[in-house]
Design a protein around this ligand. Structure first.
Ligand code: NAD
Ligand code: UGA
Length: 469
């Protein structure tokens, strides 16, 4: 029986390994992590992450050929294939701070693999890493040359949160990069054999190592660029009376452009887009390509602009001050169908409103008060570095309350901001909400999910992204 071990039981490691276990009953899969609470949660009825369909998959294979453990060294030593799916956040200190990827977690995983291995291993980069990381990992793995053969593969993950299981069941493509040597090709084939249990062969792409590493950064940069492009156009729509939904529809009808990923919003969030583009920018700068670096930097600048534009719109519409006013925030996760708040635009919007002394009442169906308070008290980039988690502005946090009901959040509020596109926000009783709000009652829809005309009929003053006022 082939044995797989995955280091890192997070949003990627957990779901990907659960799906491999489900689709490959002949393979034993163990997911290991240094975080005891995370592993305990994976072994309990309440999984550590909310992801539609995940519970089902885990229930079907846990205890059969899928295991979660903190005994990292034992399972690494026993495995034939080791996936490394640890976090690779943006560096907060030292060389490249604020841009470069922090590979501390990756390096410590690689050193541990080198220390405990007694047999040949295939080591798979599942985390998103800078191009050429495999070269560094190879050096670490072979530094004490015990005669063990390590083959490094790059197998980046393309799943999106909220649809992770669907994406893993039917991926657009699986990408595997390896060394172009006989042993390298053999390793690529071994990993291909795993995916071939359920992924059609023409969707399994093989490339050299550097192309695979770079394709992941490029794919995220292209995706984020589409959002910044439509968000940039949304600002122009507001200035001219055009409607961004109509423009995006018309533009996306061109089959060369396509209709997906053109929803204007308050800005993109999530743990990866910003981090990976900053990483790409840093790599370009290090390779003497400042023009290319500046091109991609603009995608982040427009995203920051979109978030601050939203805050400015709220404050300026409400007579230039929100001091002491209650503002309801519906949705805190970075997108619907996840409880993940990493880099959610809601953090910047709430911090902006708190800076203007608003009182904020937040409701999100999947995010706890603890998480929200922590997010709002944290410095930029510190969220993925557990050791730097120190609240920076405890007074701001007192202006925030979190409730478990949209009606409670909006009661007595002057304004209401929709920051996540949860389906339930589309069908709220807006008449009831209006009746219980201060007047004039404002709605700022950062996701374009409500019908502005219907809300205006009720009596709201409505602002939607990129739509006529
Ligand atoms: P995560 O923070 O949810 O999970 C990483 C896990 O690794 C944590 O549980 C941490 O405790 C563990 N870890 C860190 N160092 C370790 C070590 N030395 N030994 C054992 N465990 C260790 O991160 P994630 O969202 O799963 O992302 C992982 C990687 O995948 C990142 O590089 C990310 O860019 C990439 N990625 C993420 C997504 C996504 O949707 N979240 C999608 C594609 C790619
Ligand atoms: C994204 C990519 O879609 C995945 O392919 C990739 O694997 C992953 O990043 C990663 O590397 O981490 P994810 O961040 O989970 O996945 O979610 P997306 O659906 O891409 O949404 C990202 C952000 O963009 C969200 O805040 C979402 O609301 C926003 N968005 C998305 C828009 O504002 N408009 C759109 O049209 C689409």
């Amino acid at each position: 029986m082939v044995k797989i071990c995955c280091i890192g039981a997070g949003y990627v490691g957990g779901p990907t390994m659960a799906v491999i276990a489900l689709k490959c009953p002949d393979i034993e899969v163990v997911v290991v992590d240094i975080s005891k609470p995370r592993i305990e949660a994976w072994n309990s009825d309440t999984l550590p992450i909310y992801e539609p369909g995940l519970d089902d998959v885990v229930k079907q294979c846990r205890g059969k050929n899928l295991f979660f453990s903190t005994d990292v060294e034992k399972h690494v030593a026993e495995a034939d294939i080791i996936f490394v799916s640890v976090n690779t956040p943006t560096k907060t200190r030292g060389l490249g701070a604020g841009k470069a990827a922090d590979l501390t977690y990756w390096e410590s995983a690689a050193r541990m693999i080198a220390d405990v291995s007694k047999t040949d291993k295939i080591v798979v980069e599942k985390s998103t890493v800078p191009v050429k990381t495999a070269e560094a990992i190879e050096k670490i793995l072979t530094h004490n040359s015990k005669g063990i053969n390590y083959q490094i593969l790059s197998n980046p993950e393309f799943l999106a949160e909220g649809t992770a299981i669907e994406d893993l069941f039917k991926p657009d493509r699986v990408l595997i990069g390896g060394r172009e040597t006989p042993l390298g090709r053999k390793a690529v084939q071994a990993l291909k054999d795993v995916y071939a249990h359920w992924v059609p062969e023409d969707r399994i792409l093989t490339t050299n190592l550097w192309s695979a590493e770079l394709s992941k950064l490029a794919a995220n940069a292209f995706l984020a660029q589409r959002i910044s492009s439509v968000n940039a156009i949304s600002a122009l729509c507001e200035a001219t009376g055009a409607n961004v939904s109509e423009v995006a529809y018309a533009v996306g009808k061109d089959t060369r452009i396509g209709p997906k990923f053109l929803n204007a919003s308050v800005g993109f969030g999530g743990s990866c887009f910003q981090k990976d583009i900053l990483n790409l920018v840093y790599i370009c700068e290090c390779n003497g390509l400042p023009e290319v670096a500046n091109y991609w930097k603009q995608v982040i600048k427009i995203n920051d602009y979109q978030k601050s534009r939203f805050v400015n719109r709220v404050v300026s519409s409400m007579f230039n001050t929100v001091a002491g006013k209650k503002i309801a925030v519906l949705g805190f996760a970075f997108k619907k169908d996840t409880g993940d708040t990493r880099e959610t635009p809601a953090i910047d919007v709430c911090k902006g409103l708190l800076g203007d002394k608003a009182q904020i009442s937040i409701y999100d169906p999947q995010v706890t008060e603890d998480q929200i308070q922590r997010d709002l008290a944290m410095n930029k980039f510190d969220w993925d570095h557990p050791m730097h988690l120190q609240p920076t502005s405890p007074t701001a946090v007192k202006q925030v309350s979190c409730v478990w009901d949209a009606y409670e959040a909006t009661k007595g509020a002057h304004g209401l901001c929709i920051l996540t596109e949860w389906d339930e926000f589309k069908t709220l009783d807006y008449q009831k909400i209006f009746d219980n709000m201060q007047k004039p009652a404002f709605v700022f829809d950062g996701r374009n999910i409500v019908d502005p005309e219907k809300l205006r009929e009720i009596g709201f003053i409505v602002y939607s992204i990129g739509k006529p006022l």
